[in-house]
Write a protein that binds this ligand. Structure first.
Ligand code: UDP
Ligand code: MG
Length: 155
């Protein structure tokens, strides 16, 4: 089953929204296979946001992402990358549809609550960037049979 990578950004920690955001993912039926708090720095952000390093707002983004620790996690589910991206919504919270996480919890383009991988290929790269193999857990999920039809589970 597919895994995707999510960061609960510093604004989410500071605004005490960790539980609300996590609850959304869990209620959807995604399973947590890895989760930890960590302090990001400019070095890892220059890699993680390599597509943005030349943009004028990049120093502001680095400051925003390092002002407190973040919570990084790996979520598992069928088509998890696309499902989580659609739950997260548009980059700018002011444009994000109501019902999405950014649409419901944010007002900013920068302080937009979460990062989520944008493709299965990037999800694998990002999971390996932030987690050691032994920090990802493969454990029995008794509710799996109530979450999916048998032919949707490709173990
Ligand atoms: N960002 C920003 N201003 C912009 C574009 C992006 O501050 O004009 C920040 C924002 O926090 C965003 C992150 O940079 O989540 C990564 O940008 P990306 O285009 O990858 O958006 P995402 O995949 O997070 O929706
Ligand atoms: Mg992105």
């Amino acid at each position: 089953m597919e895994q995707t990578f999510v960061i609960l950004k510093p604004s989410t920690i500071q605004r005490s929204l960790v539980g609300d955001v996590l609850t959304r993912f869990q209620r959807k039926g995604l399973f947590i296979t890895g989760i930890k708090m960590m302090q990001l720095d400019e070095q890892i952000l220059r890699i993680h946001y390599a597509h943005l390093v030349d943009r004028p707002f990049f120093p502001m983004l680095v400051n925003s992402m390092t002002v407190t620790p973040v919570i990084v996690m790996v979520l598992k589910g069928k088509d998890a990358v696309a499902v989580v991206r659609s739950m997260v919504g548009a980059t700018n919270c002011r444009n994000a549809a109501p019902g999405t996480i950014r649409g419901d919890f944010g007002m900013s383009g920068q302080e937009n609550i979460v990062h989520a991988s944008d493709s299965p290929e990037n999800a694998v790269i990002e999971i390996n960037r932030f987690f050691k193999p032994e920090e990802i857990f493969d454990y029995p999920i008794p509710t799996l049979a109530a979450t999916y039809a048998p032919d949707e589970i490709d173990q």
